[in-house]
Design a protein around this ligand. Structure first.
Ligand code: ZN
Length: 382
């Protein structure tokens, strides 16, 4: 559809640029982009691409806005907490630019639906935060022959690139294998500076717009690394891998696979002991009040310990747990706790393998303790 007079006026600052002009703005209006995720990266991506006048934007997300998202996911507001991210993002984007068509896909992006969803868009933008979806997004893009505008963030560091297998390497050329599960912490585990997705997301949006306009040099064959602490950008040259399993000369991946399995993701291990190892916060409170003989070990990290502690607990972070094992006595009962009870279960498994038998895990962790036993205790989210 041709630009209306109102749109011509709206995009004035684009139209007076020779690199965009009326022709370029029409290309933006005729273009369609699929955003995977309406979170940290999806927020600036959605806002700027909508403002810039991309004709049709699809968003895949089935998450709900959480209070802890607001530190960086600027497409959502405080009143949106508890609402589906898609609903909240759509409302914001419609107010930014009502002429842009926003299509919501309120599903998990999986091998079953990814091809069907992605085939209807010109460009795919990866705004995900997990390896299975990242490999899936890459493979879908390669199989459909569409560019994948990639970005990732962690703490103070960001990366961006354009993977277009027709013209350069893909994500698998750069990272053929995913890291072992648990080796690379997610933003939920390791944190992320709130402004970082703003910078990386806007770089992705810029690359997408350049691809549509056919102007400038896209980040094809280049990995842009950003370090917020030193405020520096570094560019690495990437080569297409002739042996790449999906975009190489003899591809072995010709259809989508099971990405959870590929990334080695399994359910949490289950302890093989007959006894029930879980202890409720009420039971722990009673044990402490009775003066029972046991040691309470907090396996969280020191920066979490600084936020809140259960009185009487000793800090023994999971990251250096093995080094401090000699401080524990297997004759004494050991109660382990962490933030929500998952990491302490791993520590419990570890101790069980080391021969400890008098073990308990605090179900729900210090977070449940804060809710039920000590309501004044500060809570935090991971
Ligand atoms: Zn490749």
């Amino acid at each position: 559809m041709k630009l209306s007079n109102e749109e011509i006026y709206r995009y004035s600052r684009h139209l007076i640029m020779p690199e965009v002009g009326l022709e370029g703005q029409q290309k933006l209006k005729d273009a369609s982009i699929l955003l995977i995720g309406a979170g940290g990266l999806g927020s600036p991506l959605g806002l700027y691409l909508t403002a810039a006048g991309i004709g049709r934007i699809g968003i895949v997300d089935f998450d709900v806005v959480d209070f802890t998202n607001l530190q960086r996911q600027v497409i959502h507001g405080t009143e949106d907490v508890g609402k589906p991210k898609l609903e909240s993002a759509k409302a914001t984007l419609k107010s930014v630019n009502p002429s842009v068509e926003i299509e919501g896909h309120e599903v998990a992006f999986t091998s079953d639906n990814a091809m069907e969803i992605a085939k209807n868009y010109d460009i795919i933008i990866d705004g995900t935060d997990n390896f299975p979806t990242r490999y899936l997004t890459n493979d879908v893009s390669v199989l459909l022959g569409k560019p994948n505008v990639y970005g990732s963030i962690f703490r103070f560091d960001g990366q961006a690139s354009v993977f277009d297998a027709k013209r350069g390497p893909c994500y698998r050329c750069l990272y053929p294998e995913p890291p072992p599960p648990g080796m690379v912490p997610s933003c939920a585990e390791g944190g992320v500076l709130g402004v970082l997705p703003g910078i990386i997301g806007v770089i992705q949006a810029t690359e997408a717009i350049k691809l549509i306009l056919g102007k400038g040099e896209p980040l094809i064959g280049k990995l842009l690394l950003y370090d917020a602490l030193s405020m520096s950008f570094t560019e690495l040259k990437l080569k297409k891998d002739p042996n790449c399993p999906i975009c190489g000369e003899n591809p072995t991946i010709t259809e989508l696979i099971d990405y959870q399995q590929f990334c080695g993701i399994q359910d949490e291990p289950v302890i093989e002991t007959a006894e029930d190892v879980q202890l409720t916060v009420e039971e722990l409170k009673a044990k402490l009040d009775n003066g029972d003989d046991f040691v309470l070990i907090d396996v969280r990290e020191p920066h979490e310990w600084d936020i809140c502690q259960i009185e009487g607990a000793q800090l023994m972070p999971l990251s250096s747990f093995a080094e401090h094992l000699n401080q524990l006595n297997s004759a004494q009962e050991v109660v382990l706790h962490c933030h929500r009870g998952v990491r302490s279960m791993r520590a419990l498994q570890f101790l069980h393998q080391a021969g400890f038998r008098k073990l308990k895990n605090l179900a729900g962790g210090i977070d449940d303790w804060a809710v039920k036993i000590e309501p004044d205790m500060p809570r935090y989210a991971t």
